[in-house]
Design a protein around this ligand. Structure first.
Ligand code: CA
Length: 490
């Protein structure tokens, strides 16, 4: 959807629509219907089929399943890119990666670029509305001076700045890979080559500590777990437990940690004042076979523009507002989160063009499934009439225009046409039967892409290191070396 975003009046209207009117609230008010807490879990490379509530036959995810049972499960939720950095840029800014200059694959340790600090993220939008904000997990939008989470609206950060495989420790066999992986708190490195078996738990510890300290201030916790991105690790408690093997162990450990956050919300009587979203940054990394995930019925995975690369699981819980056990088949995208959350949280939209849509009213009034139903496909009340208006551009992992979806039809350029409502596995190319449609969709895709390109804002380059990924130092200023016991343990 390419549009100049709705203005504050529409955001306010949406809030009234959702909660039937609300009072204005001060900067330090408790979370309320007008300022609910927000928790976004954003896993790394988890596929559409990798949750039991999305049909996986053996991976057990009771806590995410609980979110789905107490909220809405989305069946057509897209991320804006099939790889990490551009997908994260889109989620946090509400823009196609190309609009914010982040479309060209992922950020690597020697890179000097990242999301421009002048771009407005969800964290900045919510912080300006009085929220305390934290990022706990993998950032991957730049790691030099001016490019880290605390430069993008987060009050605090605990996590890794780039992917967990961009570490010398994991590439040492037969390679001369020069870079190391740091674990950071805010703008400081606190460890090098952290023990990845402990990361999911440690990120969650940090989330809980953050929520403990929020007191009466509404909070936004962005939780981009670095698992199940390769190399995958589970702690001793979970390793060997899943019939799905180590990948299943990893997902079940993530699920248990989601459960810890839900328990905290229950214990503090904040479940009804908190929107919880669980989704993934792109599809499964299929070449890794059993170490990668599953896209379920979808074709392809990470790095591809088939549905398996960009359609991901997404569950939204907001008790009392989003109907329990509901199913949302409206197409939505990660870019919609910023304007949707701004509308719900009574926050102002950025004063620049964004691509997402405020979908707050779609998350209510959904079809309610029978209690305990495992139904996978149903129709939300508004899907049919709105489906034809849905327009979404697909870009390759390097940022080139790859295709378009309009309504039920998806064209992968130049000549592969699928009705993805009927053919979710993209098995039957219908281009030969619909030559006019192929021509029209090609024109529309190129026109919209050209508009984004003409309006695109710059990526930011920084020449100042926060840390040297080639020559890490320990906290005493001495060169870092991996302890032998850690080498043996991992
Ligand atoms: Ca990823």
């Amino acid at each position: 959807m390419i549009c100049v975003m709705p203005f504050r009046t529409l955001a306010l209207f949406t809030v009234f629509l959702l909660v039937g009117g609300c009072r204005s609230s001060t900067q330090d008010a408790r979370p309320t219907a007008a300022h609910p807490n927000v928790v976004v879990f954003f896993t790394d490379d988890q596929g559409f089929g990798d949750l039991s509530c999305y049909g996986h036959p053996t991976i057990r995810t009771p806590h995410v399943d609980r979110l789905a049972r107490e909220g809405a499960k989305l069946t057509q939720f897209y991320v804006a890119a099939p790889v990490c950095s551009p997908s994260r840029a889109a989620l946090l800014t509400g823009c196609y990666p190309k609009r914010v200059g982040m479309q060209r694959h992922v950020v690597f340790p020697p890179d000097d670029h990242g999301l421009h600090p002048q771009e407005v993220t969800i964290a900045e939008v919510l912080r300006d509305a009085g929220y305390r904000t934290g990022c706990f997990g993998k950032w991957h939008l730049g790691h030099r001076k001016g490019l880290l989470p605390c430069d993008q609206g987060f009050d605090e950060f605990f996590g890794v700045p780039y992917s967990n495989d961009m570490a010398q420790f994991h590439r040492r066999k037969g390679t001369k890979y020069a870079f190391h992986l740091p674990l950071m708190r805010d703008d400081r490195v606190i460890e090098w080559e952290p023990d990845q078996r402990a990361l999911t738990r440690r990120y969650t510890d940090a989330v809980i500590d953050f929520m403990d300290r929020a007191h009466d201030q509404p909070f936004f916790a962005y939780v981009p777990y670095s698992m199940p991105h390769i190399p995958i690790y589970a702690s001793d408690e979970f390793r060997g437990q899943s019939a799905r093997g180590l990948y299943g162990d990893v997902i079940e450990e993530i699920d248990a940690n989601v459960g810890r956050v839900l328990s905290w919300l229950d214990a503090h009587a904040l479940a009804e004042d908190t929107i919880v979203i669980f989704t993934s940054d792109n599809g499964p990394w299929l070449p890794f076979k059993e170490r990668g995930g599953s896209a379920g019925p979808l074709r392809g995975g990470k790095g591809t523009n088939f549905e398996g690369g960009q359609r991901v699981p997404c569950v939204v819980r907001w008790p009392g507002r989003v109907a329990e056990s509901s199913l949302c088949t409206d197409p939505m995208t990660a870019m919609d989160l910023l304007p949707t959350l701004a509308g719900i949280c009574n926050a102002s939209l950025p004063e620049v063009t964004i691509d997402g849509r405020d979908m707050g009213d779609r998350l209510v009034d959904l079809v309610r499934l029978p209690s305990g139903s495992k139904a996978f496909m149903a129709t939300s009340a508004k899907t049919r009439e709105d489906l034809d208006e849905f327009v979404f551009l697909y870009y390759t992992s390097k940022g080139d225009l790859a295709g378009i979806r309009k309504g039920r039809w998806k064209l992968l350029l130049p000549n592969e046409l699928h009705d993805v409502e009927v053919d979710v596995g993209e098995a039957w190319n219908r281009a030969a039967q619909h030559e006019d449609l192929v021509r029209d969709l090609t024109s529309l895709a190129k026109e919209l892409d050209a508009r984004i390109e003409s309006e695109a804002r710059p990526v930011h380059h920084s020449d100042e290191l926060v840390f040297d990924p080639r020559a890490p130092k320990d906290p005493n200023g001495q060169p870092f070396t991996m302890p032998n016991e850690r080498r043996r343990a991992q």
